[in-house]
Design a protein around this ligand. Sequence first.
Ligand code: DC
Length: 216
Amino acid sequence: MHVVAIDGPAGSGKSSVSKSAAARLYFGYLDTGAAYRALTWAALKANLDAEKLTESWLQEYFDYSISLDPNDYWVKVAGLDLTEKIRETYIAESVSAYARQPLVRKFMLETTKSLVNQCNLAGIIVEGRDITTVVLPDAQTRILLTASPEVRLERRSKELTSGADALNQVTQRDKSDSQIVDFMHPAPGVTLIDSTHMDFDETVAKVIATITSDRR
Ligand code: DC
């Protein structure tokens, strides 16, 4: 199976670009940020602060599932569809605190690897922050997708209801997340795609060309 790892900051377009490239290649698609968001939702609901999380709670009570189909994307916890819910501002504001916990990162690494193993298609695109470096450093294709802060802010604000949300989601969250893992600079062997001056279709085409050139 051709494993593709794509990292990048908020608003780089990596989710929509990865989803579209996966659909065109008949590959699976895995959004790893969704698991951090779903975990944040579940922990907040259980009144569990980030520092209070335990391995047994993660293993026993966080019953997470996600679709690997780029044409039918959904996220569930204990059978409850949270696809829309996890995009809300209160989740974005709290997610970094949970993502910072080493226990959580270890759990997510294992979850991601096991989801990749479940995919029985010709390939899978896995996107996040630490996929090219920590989770799947041996992936056949590794890409860092970036864009200038101004462009990312503009793209994010189109998805959100208020400008304040956009500003908080892009600048604050990137600042906080980049203390956990460096997703602003490509690690050795990782292809940098800067989409600042590319439109959506051009970016998808560039990602597909990079994947195709790595095909053995
Ligand atoms: O991509 P996203 O905005 O849905 O990610 C939500 C949060 O999860 C983000 O603030 C950082 C964290 N995250 C992470 O730490 N590592 C990943 N591989 C993916 C996401």
